[in-house]
Design a binder for this molecule. Sequence first.
Ligand SMILES: Nc1ncnc2c1ncn2[C@@H]1O[C@H](COP(=O)(O)OP(=O)(O)O)[C@@H](O)[C@H]1O
Ligand SMILES: [Mg+2]
Length: 234
Amino acid sequence: MESTNNTIIKVAGVKKGFTVGSRILPILYGIDFEIQKGEFALLIGPSGCGKSTLLHIIYGLEEPSEGKIIMDNHDIWSYTKDWRADFRNKNIGFIPQQPFWIKSLSVLENIAIPAVISGKSFHSALPKAAELIELVGMKEWADHRPYDLSGGQQQRIALARALLLDPHIIIADEPTGNLDQKAGEELMNLLSDINKKFALTILMVTHNHEQYKYGSRIISMLDGKMISNELQKN
Ligand SMILES: Nc1ncnc2c1ncn2[C@@H]1O[C@H](COP(=O)(O)OP(=O)(O)O)[C@@H](O)[C@H]1O
Ligand SMILES: [Mg+2]
């Protein structure tokens, strides 16, 4: 597929092998796809097929053995580690399957943490954190401790935290993986609203067939290869 001005993420010939002892264990065999601005792309496939590895390569944490990741026209793996860290802070919010929290801080304070990581002042980020906690419908929990919340509530907070530095891309690795049906659906609705409202591009891994309806594109993987890549009408 030709890159267009609207291409925000381009994965080109990405291969990955992990060194295990004296052997190289191939994990990704050459992945190619593009995601356009504003898409809600779902990455699916059985456990162990390489989805998380690919997300980490796109997020700039795990180096590909071969191939390129072009984001916003930047070949991210041609730059330094510091450049990538800065690029991530400015452009990408990440939601893990299992969010990590600082126990001694409140929910609101945890949402403000990315400010500290990016070198801004914690206190200056609190008003923005307050705005975001409202956006995800968790205002009344601001003073609680994150680990006291349910899994679904924690993922709403993780989404608020991912949005703190105004990213234009959200990458989420099975954010609904540990949630029950209802909490999963609520998170998908929230992501879908945010995708539309802020023209935010989302790339997310899911296992759940019922969530496919939320995606504008479904990229399907099997054993380290992409087996289909389809735009959906919705
Ligand atoms: N650091 C690593 N070293 C060796 N093997 C790894 C490493 N990370 C992941 N793997 C292996 O790569 C394969 C794909 O893992 P992963 O990307 O986590 O799959 P998925 O997210 O689709 O479940 C698995 O077989 C996993 O054991
Ligand atoms: Mg995974």
